[in-house]
Design a protein around this ligand. Structure first.
Ligand SMILES: C[S@@+](CC[C@H](N)C(=O)[O-])C[C@H]1O[C@@H](n2cnc3c(N)ncnc32)[C@H](O)[C@@H]1O
Length: 250
């Protein structure tokens, strides 16, 4: 469970910094410079541990924010209104962890490359990323395959916003991000559907795709199997988490 691991890492890093702070405090007033160093140190320590235990990039970002915050809060005791704001900010990215049992984590660089290689160049394929997170896959595929039409759908509000801005202002016109649920997305015209979700929605998703996708199209699931439905092909990615792309041909 990456959420538990992340919490343990953040508490460990922040706890270490707070112990140092308490030690310094016992000897007298602690300067702002020291507090800054301890705060950055907590963030750095958390990132190093997160990398060592191979936590995903989104969790690393979360930890890098959470650990310094956990150091600063007991030291400065900020006004209480700041906590609902932080909560809303996190919910804006991670709400689907609660709603759909699908939190935010991102496909890594090597997976993106392998995925792009599965898309024939110079063809007008329609590619859909169901639950596109921060839009990494959409922007990478759209850039690498300029003739493809690349669509991402996302319902976590802040993830959607980041993905939409990236697609709109930093990618060419063949990328489109929609604030839309996976379950309301029309996949009948898609040649390739990609999903990196969790075990929870896979049976329902498989039923939807089998009913709606056209013959000859492909469904690619990053890591998560569909119980009772053997994939037609498995592509191994040469990365540390031993990613597998499971491919079904409709
Ligand atoms: C594990 S992330 C994958 C992000 C991206 N596809 C990637 O591979 O880098 C899954 C994303 O699916 C989104 N998601 C979960 N359920 C969804 C739903 N019903 N409709 C739209 N997005 C959903 C989550 O908010 C999360 O951002």
């Amino acid at each position: 469970m990456p959420i538990i691991k992340s919490l343990v890492v953040a508490v460990l890093a922040a706890g270490t910094a707070i112990l140092f702070y308490a030690k310094l405090r016992a000897d007298g007033e602690v300067s702002t410079l020291w507090i800054l160093a301890l705060t950055l140190g907590a963030g750095l320590l958390a990132m190093v541990i997160a990398r060592m235990i191979a936590l995903g990039r989104a969790w690393q970002v979360l930890i890098a924010i959470a650990s310094p915050a956990m150091v600063l809060v007991p030291i400065y005791q900020p006004p209480t209104w700041i906590f609902p704001i932080i909560f809303l900010g996190l919910a804006g990215f991670y709400i689907n962890g609660v709603r759909e049992q699908v939190p935010l984590y991102l496909s890594n660089r090597k997976t993106k490359k392998v995925l792009v290689d599965l898309i024939p160049p110079e063809t007008n394929v329609t590619f859909i990323d169901l639950g596109c997170g921060l839009g990494d896959i959409v922007t990478s595929v759209a850039r690498a395959r300029p003739q493809a039409r690349v669509i991402g759908v996302e319902t976590a509000p802040l993830s959607f916003l980041v993905a939409w801005v990236r697609a709109k202002f930093f990618t060419s016109v063949n990328a489109e991000i929609r604030f839309q649920s996976i379950w309301d997305t029309d996949v009948s015209n898609a040649d390739m559907v990609y999903a990196f979700l969790s075990p929870a929605p896979m049976i329902r998703l498989n039923e939807k795709l089998r009913n709606e996708m056209k013959p000859g199209s492909r469904f690619i699931s990053n890591s998560f199997a569909v119980p009772g439905a053997e994939p037609d092909e498995i592509v191994a990615v040469d990365d540390t988490r031993e990613t597998q792309l499971l491919i079904w041909r409709l």
